[in-house]
Design a protein. Structure first.
Length: 215
């Protein structure tokens, strides 16, 4: 048992080292750092289980943080960025990564067919900005305003022929504008907007993020 415990403790040290090498050591749970002392205290099956759980948590947190750091770095560049999103969690994470780059006055055009994951991406973005309430597609009420930081207006232009009269211009200087179905709703395309295009592919989605020309 002591040998097994020592092996698991070594695995914890490896997970922590990997996290540190990728500059995301802060993402590793405290349990991983404290796990070796658990092993030292008692060579029991329970201690081994605790340490093994710490290894899994540490490795998972480190991998997620590395992935997020990679997305943030790519999104911050001036050229388009394409990524495969295997599930809804990855789609929400892309929205969260984009959120940190936005401020009042920014416009994000979210494109894709029905079911492509547009509202899922918006949920991830809004959650990253501090929203705790559920986010629903604004298909029927067209516009939703969220008191996040920065504040966000989420518009769905699927059922309109023109954004005229919706009042979007009232928010352009003070809010982040997230607009679904911009082309269908007659919203003028602008090089000063972010564009996120989602395309269903196999069991996931392909996301292409194009930053504004004057980023």
């Amino acid at each position: 048992m002591a040998a097994v415990a020592a092996a698991v403790a070594a695995a914890v040290d490896t997970a922590v080292a990997v996290a540190a090498d990728t500059a995301v050591g802060a993402a590793v749970p405290m349990a991983a750092a404290e796990a070796p002392s658990v092993v030292g205290a008692a060579d029991t099956a329970e201690a081994v289980v605790v340490v093994a759980a710490a290894v899994v948590a540490a490795a998972g947190a480190a991998a997620a943080a590395v992935d997020a750091a990679s997305n943030n770095g790519q999104l911050g560049r001036k050229e388009a960025y394409t990524s495969f999103l295997p599930d809804e969690s990855a789609t929400r994470r892309l929205g969260a990564d984009l959120a940190v780059l936005l401020g009042p006055g920014d416009i994000v055009l979210v494109e894709g067919k029905l079911g492509a994951g547009k509202t899922t991406l918006v949920r991830g973005l809004l959650t990253a900005l501090g929203l705790t309430e559920p986010v629903r597609s604004p298909t029927f009420n067209l516009i939703q305003v969220f008191p996040t930081d920065p504040p966000v207006v989420h518009a769905d232009l699927y059922r309109v022929k023109s954004p005229s009269g919706l009042g979007l211009e009232d928010y352009m200087d003070t809010h982040v504008l997230l607009i679904e179905w911009a082309q269908a709703g007659g919203f003028a395309q602008t090089e000063d907007a972010w564009t996120v295009c989602l395309e269903v592919r196999d069991e996931g989605r392909i996301a292409t993020v194009t930053p504004p020309r004057h980023q």
